[in-house]
Design a protein. Sequence first.
Length: 449
Amino acid sequence: MRLALAQAALAAQVGEVPVGAVVVKDGQLIATGHNAPIGQHDPTAHAEIAALRAAAQALGNYRLDGCELFVTLEPCAMCCGAMLHARLQRVVFGAADPRTGAAGSVLNLFEHTALNHQTLVQGGVLGAECAAVLQDFFKPKRTNMNPVRDDALRTFDARFADLPDYPWPAHYLSDLPALAGLRMHYLDVGPADAHTTYLCLHGNPAWSYLYRKMIPAFAAAGHRVVAPDLIGFGKSDKPKKDGFHTFDFHRQVLLELVERLDLRNVVLVVQDWGGILGLTLPMEAPQRYRGLLVMNTTLTTGALPLSQGFLAWREWCAKNPEFDVGRLFARGNPHMTAPEWQAYNAPFPDRGHRAALRAFPPMVPEFADSPGAAVSRRAAEFWTSQWTGQTLMAIGLQDPVLGEPVMRALQAQIRGCTEVMLLPEGGHFVQEHGERIAQRALVFFQAGA
């Protein structure tokens, strides 16, 4: 049972209900398993099922004659049925489950003598200890003023401890109407009454860590910096289903965030999806915005085909859904240290936390009737004919996804966009050269203040 408790601890570490199981034969450990239905998107991925499958593979037989299964929580009807089919000799569980337990609490499948196999069952072994593991797991959820929605996950804070060059305190909102109880994280650095606010929007698969090299320069100059994590990214909650994510949802959250924080004299700082979404914001409240710092992004109106670089990226993501986010950054930014690029993996401990990473590439509006294309066309008209603020463009010339031709096409759509900063060594995520960009931006926007 202590081996099963160790498996339960592994489940808790990745946000699963902490239940663990082991299979033993003749006193020897044969297989282990822990809960993983969230991470695997599989309602059958209970600890007992995982252990039974592993034991069957180890023994080369789906019949587990002479085997015993130890599990920290009383098994449900599904698992009890699987145990009977496996012909287990004995089942031992720790804590009783008064809601779904099928080994004596709600019903007892093992007592039906009409079944063609009888398995011995014993409960209460280290019962108090097994129950305490579950109670400790659920207690924060019950006492938390911002509990995690049932259809979402929240990356454990420990994953974000001691990240290099990311010292700022976390800020959270969960009462924006569009969030419907999801918790959104944002950085808010500098005085609230600063003359200028830099609103920094990240893309996929990044998060606010992307702006760690630009925030210090803006803040040191006396400005306010707000850098949110989109839902599904960073320290924000992560809905479990890929289909949750839509262009309209993420745009509405950003619109509400700007209103809630009452951001004024905003310099909008965008890149990648931060631009695809962010460039549609100012037309709704142009009086709030005075500047635009635009880097390696585009407006996807459906009027022109998506770039070949982006189409290749989208195809690669579909074929490699579990790609290493940190190594992706390291590949395009060889000057990064290992702790820096590894920090980009912090929000995504397992497959269950990666729904947004899977959803965003196919979500880019491709055709005239794609979700988000119509509002992007309105935005294009705004930037062409109504924008009166300053615009600074930064282009990473090594960007394999968009590249200079895409950025030059965007430049032609933005009224008054004549100031362009070229970064010969910059890839798609030009913020990794952010100190230079930030210093150029401070001079440029100060001149027009």
